[in-house]
Ligand binder design. Structure first.
Ligand SMILES: [Zn+2]
Length: 652
């Protein structure tokens, strides 16, 4: 197991390096990540490559038996390059060029930037391909983060037109797919097509979806170019990775594609960042780990694990004593098998002077050092369990085309895709059952239950796979706005919602409405839920049950006959339709019924206590994490505030 820190020795008096490494060793470190932002140090003037600084760092690291993860430095290019070739700089949606400064402000489609990338990466990897201690290359840093997924420069505009030309061939194919007859937007030639910069009213929805696909394609192509280059040059003992970040559903970047080319996936885990007044909810943090694991359906690394408060210009919530350590245990529970804390020491200068690390600006071994040390010394004892494969019976299914479509047409001011996915994930998380979060292209037939949040784009093929899954005995949970659109982001004509999955859901949706801020519609349970009340927010589909049975209906004058939640038996399986943004209590009850009906393994625990089960060597191991500020008693054991425990489950 690799445990370590992100170390930036170039940012400090180099005379500190020996003492730093001794302290790291004492903490339990056996790997450091270096190099990722140090292009200028490697090529201070064009063509003058010098890796002697990192030669020295690696020599010293080896004396402590540290392994090395080395980052290619392309997330921050040198100033001389920006001055010589300003065309490498990306442009925001108003066409403003992002000037040198900050980071990751290059255009993925700049052929000049690609050429310089190839040169530095080739020199770097060539220099260290035989270095035995260097075991992994990290490509760039957090592709697409902080707005770098978007570029509206002229180069991107031309490439977008080419992208469309290769997709549609003839311009009239695009006109037909987009429905450009509307507002007389018919194009005679691909060179007339704009990028969706701000205009009066709004752009064509098909164009906007294609632009998101193009942005994702641009990042993936640039990343693939680097990955291929490193693979061609590196030593056979060296692996290739990239570090993804949270907030992925908000970006025009499908990481599934790049993950296919990586030896392993890495994640930067920051449950609280910037000005947030409190961390993400435990279920939300858990979901991000399950998503990262789902990219390759394999365990992964965390290469930046939060330890101190973080922020560029504004600092938010300070993780409470043991809370960040608990998040590290939570990561290991969900499939992280090697972990590096960010960062060794908080920097006094530069844009991240408020990104606190293990060591603070006083340079003393404080509370966070003790926490990281105790984590490293403890977790190493569970290596075999942690490296075992995770099996889940429940999967949450997403698709980036669908997410992007929602992101620019929210339909309700209250809509947020991540919230809606977490809304359906949370009840199963509360049951402490293992959940995979995977995209629609993955094989989902091995699961018992599929949770499919707000999947408004469903084509014939996906609908057929869903139908087959249910016919064979699977259970699907859909939520509102399901199946209303085709892959061009257009609404299906001549069909009744939810269109291609209407038959398996056994319902019709003819009218629907967005709900406004603070608008909560009361819903009433029916049948076995008789007398139970719940709430609906964000959206409501006015569901007409056909073959399906209504479980909840709306409690208002005009729509009291419309269902809000339905259940339908189809083939050997079942389909649930959740017609709005339903409260957690109601969803908890329905999810528990689904878990029992499907014989899914779950563990009941007090609220705020996460109990994740790992199977190893025919034994069940419980990774218990207390996400609350109070002690919780679980099966006679006291779990302290933000405490973590790994125990073998007693078979009763
Ligand atoms: Zn560009």
């Amino acid at each position: 197991m690799y445990l370590g820190v992100d170390y930036y020795p170039e940012q400090w008096d180099i005379n500190m390096i020996d003492e730093d490494m001794e302290r790291m060793k004492d903490m339990g470190v056996n790997i450091i990540r270096i190099g990722e932002f140090a292009w200028h140090l490697m090529e201070s003037t064009e063509g003058q490559y010098d890796f002697s600084f990192f030669d020295m760092v690696i020599d010293k690291a080896k004396k402590h038996d540290f392994k090395i993860m080395f980052g290619t430095p392309t997330a921050t290019f040198p100033a001389w390059l920006a001055k010589k070739h300003p065309s490498i700089l990306s442009a925001d949606e108003l066409g403003h060029i992002r000037v040198f400064g900050g980071r990751r402000q290059y255009c993925y489609n700049s052929s000049i930037y690609r050429d310089y990338t190839k040169k530095i990466v080739k020199k770097l990897v060539d220099n260290y391909k035989d270095e035995k201690s260097l075991i992994a290359w990290q490509i760039d840093n957090e592709f697409g983060h902080e707005g770098s997924d978007i570029c509206y420069c002229e180069q991107c505009h031309l490439n977008f037109q080419e992208f469309l030309k290769s997709k549609y061939g003839e311009i009239n194919n695009l006109n037909e797919a987009y429905g450009t007859i509307f507002w007389g937007q018919t194009y005679n030639d691909f060179t007339e097509i704009p990028t969706p910069k701000p205009t009066i009213t709004t752009h064509n929805p098909s164009l906007r979806l294609d632009f998101a696909r193009f942005r994702s394609h641009s990042i993936n192509e640039y990343g693939k170019m680097q990955i291929d280059l490193v693979n061609n040059l590196k030593g056979s003992h060296q692996k290739v990775t990239h570090n993804f970040y949270g907030g992925f559903f908000e970006k025009a970047y499908d990481q599934n594609i790049m993950s296919g080319s990586l030896d392993f996936v890495s994640y930067d885990n920051y449950p609280v960042w910037g000005g947030l007044s409190e961390p993400l909810k435990p279920a939300h943090i858990a979901m991000t780990h399950d998503y990262i694991r789902g990219l390759k359906n394999k365990n992964y690394w965390v290469v930046e694990e939060i330890m101190g408060a973080q922020g560029h210009d504004v600092i938010g919530y300070l993780p409470r004593p043991n809370q960040a350590k608990m998040w590290a245990y939570q990561a290991m529970a969900h499939g992280c098998e090697n972990l590096l804390f960010f960062r060794w020491r908080g920097m006094t200068r530069g844009a991240e002077q408020f990104c606190f690390g293990i060591i603070d600006h006083d340079n003393e071994n404080g509370r966070k050092f003790q926490e990281a040390q105790s984590f490293m010394k403890d977790i190493i004892n569970y290596e075999d369990i942690i490296k075992s494969e995770i099996e889940s019976e429940v999967a949450v299914i997403y698709d980036y085309d669908n997410i992007w479509s929602w992101n620019f047409q929210k339909q309700s001011y209250e809509f947020d895709f991540t919230n809606e996915l977490v809304r359906l994930y949370t009840p199963f998380y509360n049951l402490n059952t293992n959940i995979d979060v995977i995209n629609t292209n993955k094989d989902f037939f091995k699961y018992k239950v599929l949770i499919v949040p707000v999947m408004q784009i469903i084509d014939d093929r996906l609908a057929q796979r869903f139908e087959e899954f249910v016919e064979k005995g699977g259970t699907i949970v859909f939520s509102f706005r399901t199946g209303i659109k085709d892959p061009n982001n257009n609404i299906y004509f001549g069909d009744i919602f939810p269109c291609r999955v209407r038959k398996i859901a056994g319902i019709e949706v003819k009218e629907t409405e967005s709900l406004q801020r603070d608008q909560r519609i009361e819903i009433l349970g029916m049948g076995s839920y008789d007398g139970v009340k719940g709430k609906c927010e964000v959206w409501r589909d006015l569901v007409i049950p056909k073959e399906a049975r209504a479980l909840y209906r709306y409690n208002d004058k005009f729509y009291k006959d419309n269902a809000c939640i339905t259940e339908n038996e189809y083939g050997k399986g079942k389909v649930y339709y959740i017609g709005g943004g339903i409260d957690t209590y109601t969803l908890n009850n329905i999810s528990k019924k689904i878990a029992i009906d499907n014989n899914i393994r779950y563990t009941e625990a007090p609220e705020g206590l996460e109990v994740y089960t790992r199977d190893y060597n025919k034994e069940e191991w419980l990774f218990i994490n207390n996400h609350t500020s109070e002690e919780i008693i679980f099966r006679g054991k006291a779990i302290e505030a933000y405490g973590s425990k790994i125990i073998k489950r007693k078979i009763v």
